[in-house]
Design a protein around this ligand. Structure first.
Ligand SMILES: Cc1ncc(COP(=O)(O)O)c(C=O)c1O
Length: 437
């Protein structure tokens, strides 16, 4: 079959064909030839319950029969309203919800909101963003500017807006002469200096809890809280990205709550609809929202909107998803499964090729290196991503690496036996690939 699909982040030359997924049930994806694979990356980190979860499918069918789409321009819809109320109830310090279609647009919205906030406040100089090195916030121009990953985005650099980037403490790659704690203090000092010496800063933007696409860098205790406090002290908006890390991925429903750092603006996506439909939400505090109020002719209102903003079908799915979080106490299940992952960390760390294993909640990054002593990442010419994918497939698991980092990001509700199957298969995959490079 000739395919007309151009795949994301893929050298098309290398893939004469792709497995064609035609159905999914529970943790398993099934292809057109009847082969099954365990979904080890939760279909790009968004699946919560596995595929074809009855309650969710029923909620989607019910909503599809009633209203498929109606716009939020001049109107509202019952599902967008209900979901917004639930999100505000869940997220401390938040007051209003602005919907969009995916994580990248949610982050574009958070940046535009911050810029217009200061414009509306009459502080028009405040237009710069401070970010963390190695952060990732999506693939659109604004999101790429905020979360600049060199290997992904260097081709587009000339078009991206500059941000002030602060190093992030990565326990595996602390500069020599520092302990993790000392390096963290140095990063915090840099932030304090940056915020106190520049009066043009609109916002500090960071992923909440951990950097995911940047290689699973889990922040040391207190790092995020200290940054939040500095933002308050220096009158800079604090923007958090919980698109990949919220909704239980790191073990907490709202990650910023467990980090004790209340943002001014926060975005959720991915697992919001259990990974069934595209939907994201950017939540703003009352302080931020109030700055957009005025008379029409003041033009203080937010100049942003998409065709599918607040799509009722996606919102109904998210509402049903939230009710399942309660019904099945998924956060306490995640804690158990997280311990199961943690118990295997040493075993994985000892494998040839593995330099470091970083883990929190239902997120694990396994960093592959060609030399453990030098910590040198496996080089791109080794084509590790394709090798891992192909070998994992033989073990009936679907893995997608990020560069030289193997990501284990299963659906949150993965049962104990299937999580063991995934870990065993991953270990065997790495062993086999180590022999081939
Ligand atoms: C932290 C973070 N922010 C934003 C995004 C972008 O989300 P999307 O791919 O839905 O545009 C991602 C995607 O992986 C992400 O991990």
């Amino acid at each position: 079959m000739h395919s007309y699909v151009w795949h994301p982040y893929t050298q098309m030359n290398q893939w004469p064909d792709f497995d064609v997924i035609t159905s999914g049930k529970g943790m398993w994806l099934q292809d057109s030839k009847g082969n099954r694979m365990l979904d080890g990356v939760a279909s790009m980190w968004c699946n919560v319950w596995g595929h074809s979860k009855d309650e969710l499918v029923r909620a989607m069918i019910t909503q599809t029969r009633k209203l498929q789409h109606s716009s939020l321009f001049n109107l509202t819809n019952d599902k967008a309203e209900d979901l917004a109320a639930k999100l505000v109830g869940l997220a401390p310090g938040m007051h209003k919800v602005f919907y969009s279609d995916d994580g990248s647009t949610a982050m574009e919205i958070s940046a535009k909101m911050a810029l217009q906030y200061w414009h509306n406040k009459g502080k028009k100089k405040k237009t710069k963003f401070v970010t963390l090195e190695n952060g990732y916030h999506g693939d659109t121009i604004g999101a790429m500017s905020l979360g600049y990953v060199h290997s992904f985005f260097s081709r587009y650099k000339s078009t991206l807006f500059p941000t002030i980037r602060i190093p992030v403490p990565n326990s595996y790659r602390i500069p020599s002469g520092f302990t993790l704690e000392e390096f963290q203090d140095k990063c915090i000092d840099r932030i304090e200096k940056t915020l106190s010496q520049n009066d043009n800063i609109a916002a500090f933007v960071m992923e909440s809890g951990a950097q995911v696409a940047g290689g699973v860098i889990i922040y040391p205790d207190g790092f995020q809280r200290k940054i939040g406090a500095l933002c308050k002290k220096h009158d800079v908006l604090f923007i958090l990205d919980e698109i990949a890390t919220g909704f239980g991925r790191l073990g907490s429903m709202i990650e910023y709550q467990s980090q004790k750092s209340i943002p001014d603006i926060v975005s959720f996506g991915k697992m919001l609809t259990a990974g069934y439909l595209p939907l994201a939400a950017t939540l703003a505090s009352k302080k931020v929202y109030d700055a957009f109020l005025g008379r029409y002719q003041d033009m203080r209102h937010f100049f942003h909107g998409h065709t599918f903003t607040g799509n009722p079908l996606a919102c109904a799915t998210a509402i049903s998803n939230l009710s399942l979080y309660k019904k099945y106490s998924i956060i306490s299940q995640v804690k158990k499964r997280s311990l199961q992952l943690q118990k295997r960390v040493d075993e994985i760390s000892e494998l040839e090729l593995v330099g470091d294993v970083r883990h929190k909640g239902m997120l694990m990054g396994i960093e592959l290196v060609s030399s453990k002593a030098r910590k040198s990442p496996v080089a791109p010419e080794k084509n590790i991503q394709k090798k891992i994918f192909s070998e994992a497939k033989k073990h009936k698991i679907y893995l997608r690496t990020l560069g030289h980092i193997v990501m284990l990001v299963p659906p949150l509700a993965i049962p104990e036996t299937e999580l063991d199957f995934l870990i065993d298969g991953t270990i065997d995959t790495i062993r086999k690939v180590a022999k081939k490079i």
